[in-house]
Design a binder for this molecule. Sequence first.
Ligand code: PEP
Ligand code: MN
Length: 413
Amino acid sequence: MESSMTNDMHLETERTDSYHPYEVSSESAVCGQQEFHNLLNVLRPNGIGRNPVGVTDIKQAVSTPALTNVVIAGPCSVESEAQILATAQALSKIPEVKMLRGGIWKPRTRPDAFEGRGEQGLIWLREAKQKTGLPILTEVATPEHVELALKYHVDALWIGARTVVNPFSVQQLADALRGIDIPVFIKNPVSPDLNLWLGAFERFQKVGLTQLAAIHRGFAYYKESPYRNFPMWEIPIELTQRLNVPLITDVSHICGNRELLQATAQKALDLATDGLMIECHIHPEAALTDGKQQITPEELKVLLSNVTFRSKQSGNVECDLAGLRGEIDDIDSELLQLLARRMEVSVQIGEYKKRNNVTVVQMDRWKKILADHVATGEEMGLSPILINKVFEAIHQESIERQGRIMENEEESH
Ligand code: PEP
Ligand code: MN
């Protein structure tokens, strides 16, 4: 408590004396705050700072066609003045690129790897902003990073996946940003833990930040996979169902290699992401971090010209979709009735098993049913994964109900 107060007071003094994140200073002459506000107005046309996350309809505001063009690009790490300037200049010529990313402090798995240029890198990143007009975005992991990033007029911050796993660190960052309504992009935690991700949003929301966005960068996974970080698309989708925040997909950290970028970007856009984050380097082969997944600005241009941005909402599309959605609603209602009927029969079987002293689980029969369903499903174009998931869930529910019958708790009606 005491340290967070000291921290706040310290920041406050610094800000009023020398800089303020929302002042248009000569340093921001090319890319003024106004331009960044314009960008956010594209992201959130309802205005800035008025919509507490999860309360008003930011989602509706972000589903404008303009938003589907939001691309955040830039190197994994800011390495040198020449590298960031050349990369930024090339990126600024791609209309979809709306922000320049660049890591200043790099979280590395092993010591002795390149850990970022620190404050010097911020000077170069600010220069890139001045020369190109692109708003800049960097990762912060400690209150000291926050202070320096604000000092150099970074326009938005992101919280990295390794930081989001630690509520102590997230709280320290939130305390350092108390009352400073700078846009903060929150990456998913390394582990597939939706609550941890939601908790990070809540911590920033509680200190008054209203410009929050999510970055999906995939999750560490115990199985072999072609991805560096397994996407588990259902988790970001659920996050956006729970919170009204824009969702950016960081395809670079999901893929870990250039080859998968295009298809993964398309998949993200198909699933209704609000934008893409893609690591770009003027010489990817010479990159000091994440070389395998970075692409040149030229390659980014090609990638973007080959993906289809999809509109989340439009009058005509909504109209066309209404009929199909009605059909889905009818089918779902039939499915529910069938499920209820199936459970009733299951209960009757349970009663029979009880009367005849037969065990609830009949593994051989169950294995045969499942194999038959998978085969039939495949003939109907349904994936084995779906069939397994659906019937495992139904079987589980049946076992639970029949188990209760054995204990005399449930009877058919
Ligand atoms: C990065 O964006 O370069 C980075 C380190 O990301 P993450 O936190 O997703 O690993
Ligand atoms: Mn990286």
